[in-house]
Design a protein around this ligand. Sequence first.
Ligand code: AMP
Ligand code: MG
Length: 488
Amino acid sequence: MATLESLHFDNGFARLPEAYYSRVCPTPVPGPYLVCYSPEALALLDLDPGEMARPELIETLAGNRLLPGMDTLAALYAGHQFGHYVPQLGDGRAILLGEVRNAKGEGWEVQIKGGGRTPYSRGGDGRAVLRSSIREFLCSEAMHALGIPTTRALAIVGSDHPVYREDEETAALVTRLAPSFVRFGSFEVFYYRNQVEPIRQLADYVIARYYPELADLADPYPEFLRQVALRTAELMAQWQAVGFSHGVMNTDNMSILGLTLDYGPFGFLDAFDPGFICNHSDTGGRYAFDQQPDVAAWNLTKLAQALVPLMSVETASQAIGDYPQAFGRAYLGRMQAKLGLAPGDDTVSLIMDVLQLLAQNRVDYTIFMRRLCDFDSTAGALNAPLRDLFIDRAAFDAWAARYGAALRRQGSQDTERAPAQRRVNPKYILRNHLAETAIRRAADQRDYSEIERLRRLLTRPYDEQPEFETYAAEPPDWARTIEVSCSS
Ligand code: AMP
Ligand code: MG
């Protein structure tokens, strides 16, 4: 177990040439206090939980105090935002403190989001508000517990420092952890500047560190691109299967490691709605729920283009050419598992048809899938708890009859299928109204207990937790008025 002073920093990214970042120190905030932390994330750094009680740690996570071995910087990147290329973005408020090497030999980059202005802040204040920090913290850890690749969140520290958005709010910093925060946009920035060597050097760094199995290939770049496409396909399949909408799938928010990155106006589906737009500012629906797999494909073409200086255009397009199939396979596999079906004649149409029914009847996606775990496949069984979710009962009955018949044909035993299905159909997700309740209590009463309750609950999303039954329910009426925008 490490103490603050014995953390072992080994800053790989900071050893790259300065073309990739600007060295910058965080701007201190007044009176930082701990809002919440994740013991699981703390363990990634081997940090002794007792360290959380030390004011020095809070000061460090606030950016008020640096530790020996840290090498603080803001990374440069560009990106396509809502389809348009923006030549310079970069960490406008995130500051990389350093990379910790844990006892297992894993490297974890430690970043504070909201650490003050950097050379990439453009008009921004370099700060993050408590509201969006709570959402990012809870969702990062919830996604991890769901088994979905993501950046992690170690803690939130708050400060009474005022931050001005639509209204006056207070500042907060989320400590984020990831093996790397390199994005598609980290490559694009050099492509559009016609700088080939920095593209190659960054690719070499990412391959050596994160795709080491490719390092010995005579020409590793096409395979690297292919692997990124495959990881992205897998990630999209997971988002679609769980009903997660990211909200801002710009290329600067696309991780080169296939991680969920940058939690802004994200949302989980309540009622199943393929056209769900979680970002209030996305008026055209570019990043609507059902667009995500295609948007990722489009984003991959932008990454491929940025890597063309390292390979031919044909090779680059071939490298990402497997994406649609890989996504289709991964998504189908996950949906089959959610329905407890083996591949078979009727499997694909059963999946497509039930999704259509859910949409037509505006049925809660998570509740339906969870109740489906207890489906009674006996011919003629009523399956009332499921049936009651539908307005069009006859349509449900027709689908349920086909589903039951398919299960019987496949020799599926209800008692064996149910536990397996429960392992892939979460009971608890971070619904907007749950986050909103935690946010209001934190903002209005400085009461952070609801954040901790949600964090614990969402650490075991697949387990029945009877004392939290109401947290699995459909959103209350007031939830309809919650609007989530990019402002964070
Ligand atoms: P995002 O939509 O959060 O992914 O941010 C897009 C870009 O805007 C990134 O370069 C961010 O660093 C930058 N940015 C967002 N909010 C702020 C802020 N309050 N201050 C400075 N830069 C910001
Ligand atoms: Mg971003």
